[in-house]
Design a binder for this molecule. Structure first.
Ligand code: 1HE
Length: 269
């Protein structure tokens, strides 16, 4: 365990398996255990929880990526054999806590995926808001063949992204999706050439950071709750958050800028 370098801009203790870097109002977090294909061990899970739970005020978006040939090989299987049932439950809950900090944290998170995105690797990717895949990426849930079940939130998050039926197939048959298939079924939002993922992730994060903070909050914290609620509650919550966002000074300034022709038009990227 070591503190993130003072000049990294983050005052948080991170394990060796995580490297943080500040780039203006963006944070870049790298899974940095390539010799184990970025397998997530307990110190890494706790480090993820600490990092996302203590993002400094000025950070407006985060990019998460992985070092080496693969984004992440999932749970560190070396730790699994030592755990009993009670410890297994606590372990899974520790992943839930950490990934909840990603999904409902202070800033939207863009995941950049390449190589193996498997098991817990797919679970952490599913907790992020935007997924950029390089064409080397592939997706699997090898839990089935390892005699275990997902424990990092995939049974809640993945069905929302690809559907319960596809997840059932992945787990029962060991089916793997390549990057193009993953793009077609909605795992990734963007598909880019090998090596181009981080630049694309940073470009998207920069765009996200330029939004009004209240809009980013509404999209990441309120929209998923509305999507899960009954329509009547959803419409009501939408009206409330929409009024809150509009009433914010930032929104007023942005609308004024558009009406005075000082703001960019909506164009095709
Ligand atoms: C690992 C892990 C790991 C690699 N835990 N040590 N995840 C899996 O079932 C995927 C397991 N990993 C693999 O299938 C392959 O390693 C990869 C396809 C990801 C990469 O293959 P490759 O040929 O590049 O690497 P490798 O030679 O298999 O592995 C290099 C080293 O990393 C090797 O250790 P070494 O000491 O022999 O050098 C591997 O043992 C080690 N390694 N992956 C521990 N996952 C909250 S619940 C979540 C449930 C899950 O995530 S289950 C899915 C687990």
């Amino acid at each position: 365990m070591s503190a993130a370098k003072p000049d990294s801009g983050f005052d948080v203790e991170l394990p060796r398996s995580l490297k943080a870097e500040r780039r203006g109002d963006l944070a870049v977090l790298r899974l940095a255990r390539p010799e184990k294909r970025n397998a997530i061990d307990d110190p890494t899970v706790l480090g993820i929880e600490r990092f996302f739970g203590s993002l400094p005020d000025g950070i407006k978006a985060v990019v998460l990526h992985g070092e080496g040939e693969h984004f992440c090989s999932g749970l560190d299987l070396g730790e699994l054999t030592a755990r009993g049932v009670a410890e297994g439950i606590e372990h899974s809950r520790s992943w839930h806590r950490a990934f909840e900090r990603i999904e409902f944290g202070r800033a939207p998170v863009v995941a950049v995926l390449h190589g193996a995105v498997v098991g817990g690797g797919l679970e952490i990717a599913a907790a992020c808001h935007i997924r950029v895949a390089e064409s080397s990426a592939y997706y699997a849930l090898p839990e089935g063949s390892r005699g275990i079940f997902v424990g990092g939130g995939a049974s809640v998050r993945l069905p929302r992204i690809i559907g319960t039926s596809r997840m059932t197939d992945m787990m029962l048959t060991g089916r793997t999706y390549d990057a193009e298939e993953g793009q077609a079924i909605g795992i990734s939002h963007y598909l880019v050439a090998p090596g181009a993922g981080l630049a694309k992730g940073l470009e998207l994060a920069t765009r996200i950071a330029g939004n009004a903070p209240m809009t980013n909050f509404a999209v990441t914290h309120v929209l998923p709750r509305i999507a899960e609620s009954d329509p009547a509650s959803g419409y009501l919550t939408e009206a409330l958050i929409s009024a809150i966002a509009q009433g914010d000074d930032e929104a007023k300034a942005r609308l004024k800028a558009f009406l005075e022709k000082r703001a960019p038009k909506t164009v095709r990227h």
